[in-house]
Design a protein around this ligand. Structure first.
Ligand code: MSP
Length: 646
């Protein structure tokens, strides 16, 4: 089997629940996996949980749960969180699994047989927070360099001859420019190694938890030595079959705090000692901070991804999938590649409005609405304009270049640049003016707009796959899953009937609480200026205009208040032989229970809208009463359901 593209995240300690910091690394890998898959690569994405640490044992003790039950529970929470964020990993390894324990013990024995491990006395400090041994000279005011409490240890332990690999490691870094990334962190590793790598204590006295040292069960293997081996344990090492398909890893991703001391020095040295090839690239991003410190459970300043998605849903009224995609989009767009970055809900909502509701939402809405209005609601034949195809082509190249450098944030920019371009293109081409003048070019312009939209669907697919699916659905096309097809005329078959535009990201208005939601469809389709050109409504309308509005009689079957809204009632209505859900802003005037069984008049051909995450498929007519009360309109006598109203 040919070698697979193998990508990994750190395995997370199960003393804490997953937060957006963990989700960041997961997302970077998920985007990479989805992108490479679209390009036809055979990709393998590994993640998991790190369970043998002392801090895990102590967290279990303070939870009062038996330790195995505790680690099972938190490991499951990580998996559930990744599933809800639509993260598709191929393997999830737990360090308490037999396959991992077996590989760690074999690795330890192999190095001991080869003379890379020896017994000695460890006299010094241990930082449980970072699970790291600390030199006396590195203590700052009695604390570890990370600011954690330290414990004194005096034990006989096994040591790994890390010092023996210093020169080879420095030479490897020098000869392989993309081995350690980014450049600034590589430089930190070089100066760290040049100060001299010291042999490392790699066991602890057995506290009743951890992987016992083979033949010396009074000791357990130090959690970092144990955890790093997960990357080969998951390949089936030492069994050459699967190991050969996967190893060496193409990319190990992590954040900066576990780069220099562990992944960029200890791990390569361990692999050299075992005569195994080194990974292609080890790369560390910065931290998401909150206030001025790293977001972490121990500081109690974490944002949990599912909670964040829930908040986005209730603040904006978007669907659950759109809320998840918003989280994904923001994690990718806000990747702190070199430095750190503060992560706030405000910034997420700002991005939501500017990039998703405005740029993407407008492009989708305007393109589909105009295709229906000006070219009959089907994909026009012919070819898109060269200018548009060139822009798409260059954006694809930019996306690819960004991904080569692992810059997910720049890839997001490249994808969004297409919708920004599309919005400008619509402004300058003014298809409404072409249509009014009877200019045939309107077909080419609409085809070009649709091609840009189709390309956007492809480009955003690795980042926000559910949104990409929704765009494909509204285009009436199957998902674009082959990277090579992006921007091609073939990706846009002529004469396909387009769906009707539906807002995916209703605009968030911080001034207007969702509670104040009205039944007006959310206006995110057209800009103000253009809305005037397109929809400069005359004072009076013709009978033909009026006849476009399909008014029908319906009966209310069910009515219930919408949670979190003081105005909205959710109605199930029957309209002829069709059942629909409609939201009505009549809560202040009617008790939901009093509505059931009534006949009402409904605008039956209104575009569906989403309010507070719920679909509304029509509008109930009501007159304005005194003090803004709503008074429902109804036929004077019972009439057949679905009857037309003129
Ligand atoms: N168990 C070790 C890793 C062993 S890998 C062989 C560990 N676990 S951890 O739970 O602390 O996870 C650390 C990783 O989670 C970081 O390296 C990073 O990938 C991610 N992040 C955790 N908090 C983060 C931020 N606040 N910001 C960015 N990434 C964050 O270390």
């Amino acid at each position: 089997m040919p070698k697979r593209y193998f990508i990994t995240t750190p395995i997370y300690y199960v003393n804490s629940v997953p937060h957006v910091g963990h989700a960041l690394t997961m997302l970077v890998c998920d985007v990479t996996r989805r992108y490479r898959k679209m390009q036809g690569w055979d990709v393998w994405f590994l993640t998991g949980t790190d369970e043998n640490a002392i801090k895990v044992m102590e967290a279990a003790a303070s939870s009062g749960l038996p330790i195995q039950q505790f680690v099972d529970q938190i490991s499951t929470q990580f998996r559930e969180c990744w599933r809800s964020l639509n993260i598709e990993y191929d393997d999830f390894i737990r360090t308490t699994e037999a396959r991992h324990v077996g590989a760690v013990q074999k690795f330890f024995s192999l190095l001991r047989e080869n003379g890379h491990i020896y017994l000695d006395k460890y006299e010094g400090w241990y930082d449980v927070g970072a699970e790291a041994f600390v030199k006396e000279s590195d203590l700052i005011d009695g604390k570890s360099p990370d600011g954690n409490e330290v414990r004194r240890i005096s034990e006989e332990n096994w040591f790994f001859r890390l010092s023996a690999f210093e020169d080879r490691l420095l030479a490897h870094i020098d000869n392989n420019p993309t081995f350690l990334l980014p450049e600034t962190r590589k430089n930190e590793v070089v100066s760290f190694a040049k100060q001299g790598l010291r042999d490392m204590c790699i066991t602890r006295q057995n506290p009743g938890w951890g992987i016992p040292v083979p033949g010396d069960e009074a000791k357990v293997i130090y959690v970092w030595f144990d955890a790093l081996i997960n990357y080969i344990a998951a390949t089936g090492w030492p069994d050459p079959d699967h190991f050969g398909d996967l190893w060496p890893a193409d990319v190990h991703w992590m954040a900066k705090e576990i780069f220099t001391r562990f992944h960029a020095t200890l791990w390569p040295a361990m692999l050299m000692a075992a005569d195994l090839p080194l990974p292609e690239t080890i790369i560390a991003h910065g931290w998401f901070t909150f206030g001025d410190s790293k977001m972490s459970k121990s500081k109690g300043n974490v944002i949990e991804p599912r909670q964040l998605a829930g908040d986005i849903g209730s603040l904006t009224g978007c669907s659950e999938r759109s809320a998840i995609d918003t989280v994904r989009f923001c994690l990718a767009a806000l990747l702190p590649y070199e430095g750190d970055r503060e992560f706030t809900t405000e910034e997420v909502l700002r991005r939501y409005n500017s990039d998703l509701a405005n740029d993407l939402g407008n492009a989708l809405n305007r393109t589909l609405a105009m295709a229906h209005k000006f070219v009959g609601g089907a994909i026009p034949p012919g070819e898109a304009e060269t200018e548009v195809k060139d822009f798409i082509y260059n954006s694809v190249l930019e996306f690819e270049a960004a991904m080569e450098l692992h810059r997910i944030d720049s890839a997001v920019e490249a994808a969004i640049s297409v919708v920004r371009y599309l919005n400008k293109y619509i402004d300058t081409q003014a298809p409404w003016a072409l249509a009014k003048a009877g200019d045939e070019r309107v077909f080419t312009v609409l085809r070009s707009m649709l091609l840009a939209l189709r390309a956007t669907e492809g480009l955003i697919r690795p980042i926000i796959p559910w949104t990409a699916d929704e765009i494909a659905r509204q285009l009436g096309l199957p998902p674009l899953e082959d990277w090579k097809m992006i921007g091609t005329e073939e990706s846009l078959p002529a004469a396909v009937t387009l769906g009707s535009p539906q807002p995916i990201f209703p605009r968030y208005d911080p001034k207007k609480q969702m509670d104040a939601a009205t039944l007006e469809p959310i206006k995110n389709s057209e800009k103000e200026g253009e809305a005037q050109t397109l929809e400069a409504e005359p004072e009076q309308i013709t009978i033909e205009d009026f006849m476009k509005v399909k008014l029908r009689v319906a009966r209310i079957l069910e009515a219930e208040p919408v949670e979190g809204s003081s105005k909205l009632v959710k109605l199930q209505i029957i309209l002829g032989d069709e059942r629909r859900q409609v939201l009505a802003g009549i809560r202040k005037s009617y008790e939901p229970a009093d509505l059931v069984g009534r006949q009402v008049v409904v605008v039956a051909n209104l575009k569906p809208a989403t309010l507070m995450g719920l679909q509304s498929q029509g509008m109930i007519l009501a007159a304005d009463g005194v003090d803004g009360a709503a008074i429902l309109l109804a036929p004077e006598e019972e009439c057949p359901e679905g009857a037309s109203v003129h």
